[in-house]
Design a protein around this ligand. Structure first.
Ligand code: ZN
Length: 438
């Protein structure tokens, strides 16, 4: 099974709708979609990419491996791999740079619990919790670097890169891409913060990625390295900062850590760090309108190939009893929880834009029809539950299947209070009433 086939299967598994928390094992895991065959899963297993095979890292052991594996790299090799990972090589290779810088800068230390988050190390950000190596690989190949200097993430990235063998060298187009990224940063107005730069880079399509998160990860990587830092909040090329220092942000609303959290275009690009890391190259600005042709076409990059993989579009048929018009009392809707898993929900009445909804009994492998509706409510353990739900008629995977269905008879009392919800959130809220969906 080739790399793209593996990633395509993992992409279908690692979707939000398949994520769940296994309370017994205390692990975040993923349901395997029912449409994947046993043969496909066996091939994934043979490739060592089966999801949910959790690994519990140990702090000192991770750092021993980290120092040893990063020793196989020189800083110029890591800088080259980073630039190659912008386009011609998989995104995975971007991780080489901060792996090298973190290993050089981080002092040997014992696990020191973070106040308020005892499973996190205050020095390095190590998290004492199980990871899914297949998910880490998927994220490195299709997204970006391990965030916040996560040492376990970097160790797994180093392992994956070691298994690839030869370290990549940047193509002419990779080098142009790097200069183009610097150009976008340089030409933004003073005091522009990372979110605006992320949007500008995303708009320029300088990376073979469609998600803004991938671009943001790149900016976080440049910042942690020290290219986008400030004297008060330096990156690793200047000096080591502890995880606790990096976790101080100007406000709670800032999602990224220091240095990026504190940096803006007025601080500019740290030219000294740029030359320390990437050596004496031409970093001058390029014309974004006269773009050279990529050495590797977009369609042949990892993300480009994956974009071409699609399951045959499954158009949900309209139920013959769905009727026309907006939601009204006595409607029943089917809700797709995930592949091959549906439940139903009853509309008691309409209040403005909201339908007052309550789950009905029954779990179905396909979208059920009117004749399959079960006339009984599905309460929570504490009693009946209803919600004022918006968006019932305009949410993917939520389809009306019948009208004018009498309300089920029940001995259970009406709920004392009714909360608000969206049609989309009915998927997740269902686990409170349907324990078997977890
Ligand atoms: Zn630590």
């Amino acid at each position: 099974m080739n790399t793209i086939e593996q990633l395509w299967l993992l992409k279908q598994i690692y979707q939000g709708e398949n994520a769940y928390y296994d309370r017994e094992k205390a692990l975040h895991l993923y349901h395997i979609p029912a449409n994947l065959s046993a043969h496909q899963l066996e091939a994934l297993k043979q490739a060592g990419r089966l999801p949910n095979q959790m690994y519990l890292p140990r702090h000192d052991e991770i750092w021993d491996i980290f120092y040893t594996m990063a020793d196989a790299w020189t800083l110029p090799q890591a800088a080259d791999a980073f630039i190659a990972g912008l386009w011609s090589a998989p995104f995975l290779w971007q991780s080489a740079l901060n792996a090298k810088l973190l290993s050089l800068a981080t002092p040997r230390h014992a696990f020191t619990p973070y106040k308020g988050s005892a499973h996190t190390c205050v020095i390095c950000g190590f998290q004492d919790k199980a990871v899914d190596p297949a998910l880490l690989w998927f994220n490195r190949m299709t997204g970006g670097v391990p965030l916040d200097g996560d040492p376990t993430g970097y160790v797994f990235a180093l392992r994956e890169m070691a298994e690839c063998g030869e370290k990549p060298t940047p193509t002419a187009y990779d080098l142009w891409t790097f200069r183009a990224i610097l150009t976008v940063i340089r030409t933004m107005p003073p005091k522009t913060r990372y979110s605006k730069i992320r949007d500008a880079l995303h708009k320029e399509k300088l990376l073979p990625a469609s998600l803004k998160g991938t671009v943001c990860s790149l900016l976080e990587a440049l910042a942690l390295a020290g290219i986008l830092d400030t004297p008060e909040h330096p990156g690793m090329a200047t000096r080591f900062t502890t995880y606790q220092e990096r976790d101080i942000r100007p406000s709670l609303r800032v999602e990224v850590q220091a240095p990026l959290a504190w940096w803006d275009t007025s601080a500019g690009i740290n030219e000294a760090a740029l030359r320390t890391i990437f050596g004496d190259r031409d970093y001058s600005s390029v014309s974004l309108t006269h773009r050279p042709t990529p050495d590797l076409p977009l369609s042949q990059t990892i993300t480009g190939c994956l974009k071409g993989q699609k399951n045959p579009a499954k158009r949900l048929p309209s139920s013959p009893d769905a009727g026309k018009g907006p939601i009204q009392a006595k409607d029943v809707y089917a809700i797709r929880i995930r592949e091959n898993l549906w439940i139903t929900v009853y509309c008691h009445r309409v209040e403005g834009i909201y339908g007052v909804m309550e789950y009905l009994d029954g779990i179905f492998p396909e979208m059920p029809g009117k004749s399959q509706i079960i006339s009984s409510y599905r309460p929570r353990t504490g009693g009946r539950w209803q919600a004022k739900v918006s968006g019932m008629d305009r949410t993917t995977g939520v389809k009306r299947i019948a009208r004018n269905i009498p309300a089920p008879c029940t001995d259970l009392a009406e709920p004392k209070s009714i909360s608000f919800a969206t049609a989309n959130s009915l998927r997740h809220l269902a686990t409170w009433c349907f324990q078997e969906l977890i």
